[in-house]
Structures are given as C-alpha cells and as structure tokens.
Design a protein around this ligand. Structure first.
Ligand SMILES: Nc1ncnc2c1ncn2[C@@H]1O[C@H](COP(=O)(O)OP(=O)(O)OP(=O)(O)O)[C@@H](O)[C@H]1O
Ligand SMILES: [Mg+2]
Length: 251
C-alpha cells in the first residue's frame, strides 16, 4: 500500500508545487511507482505535464462524482510517474455546507488506487480550503515547504492547528514528516533566528533548498528540475530531500 504525502502550506508561493513535482519525480527515479495528485485549482503541477486546455477530466470530476479516479489518472512522460490533474474548474466545485462526505472524497478515491503505487504525493492549494482538508484527511504524512522569512513564520501556527485538529478528529495516523526550507538565499539569518522558530512547530529536514533561477526555468520548460538540469545545486538538494523522505517513510 502506497504512502500518501501531502505537501501543504496555506501561504502562497512557499514552494509547494516545486517540491511536489520534484519529490514525485525523484521518488519515481528511485524506482517507486508514484502518483502526483494536483489538488490546486491553479493547476500548476498539472501544467508541467499537460496543457490545461487538453485536460478533459480532472479532480473536479472526482468531487462532482462524474468520473472514477482510475479514469482521471494519466501517465506522464516520466517513467513510473502518473498524474491526477486539476484545472481551474476545481475552484467552482461547490461541496455544500451540509455535505458530511465533503472531507472524505479524496481519501475514498485514494483507497481505490493506493495499491497501484509506492508513493502518492499531493500538491495542495495556498489555503486551508476543503481541498487542503481533503489532502490531509487522505494522507499518512505532511511536508511543509516554507521560506526562511518573517511572513512565512507568521502562518505556521494556523497550519499546525489545522493539522492537529484533523489528526485529532479524523485522521489519527497523520504525522508531520517535516518542514522543508525552500528558496534559501545566501546570508539569510536562518540558523540563528528563524530555524529555532520553525523547530518550535515542526521537525525540519536537514536538506535546505537554496534559491536559484533554474527552478523558474524548469517550470518554463515544463520539466521537473531533476530532468531540466540534474547537475545543478538545487536539483542535488531536491535529490537529497527525496532520500530523506524515503528514509523517513520506511515501513
Ligand atoms: N528554490 C527556489 N529558488 C528560486 N525560486 C523558487 C524556488 N522554489 C520556488 N521558486 C519560485 O517561487 C514561486 C513559487 O513557487 P511554487 O509555485 O513552487 O510555490 P507554491 O507554494 O506552490 O505556490 P502557490 O501557493 O501559488 O501554489 C515560483 O515562481 C517558483 O519558480
Ligand atoms: Mg502551488
């Protein structure tokens, strides 16, 4: 049964999508059958693999009960990596305020395909919306990408509270795998001031992802960074993060 990992942070631009794409591809490169689920109506991680106009059925159809999960999943051009895409129509899905099933849609879908994968990586939207809740309910563990900056630290308590309440009420086995520091700039006052604050809330991965233009370039060329330029510093850092995740999720 595959391990399900949510990549979550309600703050925008912290590196969720970059981390989801490269974690998923890295796990596949390590020989794991991997599924990347895009739970963000922005469809950023889907766009690496498919033109948004070419996505016919997607995550929205799962929530509207219009398609089975098996019909939504597509193979990607990368060996061992599949994608459950989303597009902007996911934002229009109205789950209804009294729909008690709403938080469980993704968990039910994942339970039907879990045996086909070693890892399932879920890219969450920048909000604590029902889609992030669905991801956390469906997951075994969470990775929190965040920048080593003041505003990034400000929202960390809200995220911790959400994770804790989902754990307490719905998904007791949910664990926090760790916070991944992304977009680290040289000479950041990370270790002295920011790192201890993050460590108050979450364990922190040993690997940090430094800031570099190759990340944006890889998105533009619609490739994972590990494919676009595997020799570059940030790709090596993502490889080492992938190793930490594999180590941290060994059963
Ligand atoms: N290590 C990095 N170095 C430089 N730029 C980066 C790095 N990681 C991410 N970025 C850039 O930061 C921006 C946000 O990254 P990304 O889309 O991965 O974050 P996100 O948390 O998924 O955002 P959103 O909340 O909008 O979904 C992008 O423009 C991306 O190219
Ligand atoms: Mg994103």
């Amino acid at each position: 049964m595959g391990t399900v990992i949510a990549i979550a942070n309600q703050k925008g631009g912290e590196g969720k999508t970059t981390t989801s794409i490269n974690l998923a591809h890295g796990l596949a490169l390590e020989g794991n059958r991997t599924l990347l689920i895009d739970m963000d109506p922005q469809g950023n991680s889907s766009g690496i693999f498919i033109e948004p106009d070419h996505i016919e059925i997607s995550a929205a159809d799962l929530f509207l009960q219009k398609a089975d999960v098996n019909d939504i999943i597509q193979q990607t051009r990368y060996d061992k990596l599949d994608l459950l895409p989303s597009k902007i129509n996911l934002a229009e899905v109205e789950l209804g305020t009294v729909n008690v099933e709403a938080p469980y849609v993704l968990r039910d879908a994942v339970s039907r395909i879990r045996d086909n994968y070693d890892y399932i990586v879920i890219d969450c939207p920048p909000s604590l919306s029902i889609f992030t809740v669905n991801a956390l309910v469906a997951s075994d563990c969470v990775v929190v990408p965040l920048q080593a900056e003041k505003f990034s630290i400000d929202g960390i308590k809200g995220l911790q509270n959400t994770i804790e309440s989902i754990k307490r009420r719905i998904n007791p086995q949910l664990t926090i795998l760790g916070a991944l520091v992304t977009q680290l700039k040289p000479n950041t006052v990370l270790t002295k001031t920011i790192l201890p604050v993050i460590e108050n809330y979450f364990p922190v991965f040993e690997t940090f992802i430094s800031s570099g233009v190759a990340i944006g370039e890889s998105h533009l060329s619609k490739q994972s960074l590990l494919d676009y330029n595997p020799g570059i510093k940030q790709a090596k850092e993502y490889f080492s993060f992938v190793k930490e995740v594999i180590h941290g999720t060994k059963k």
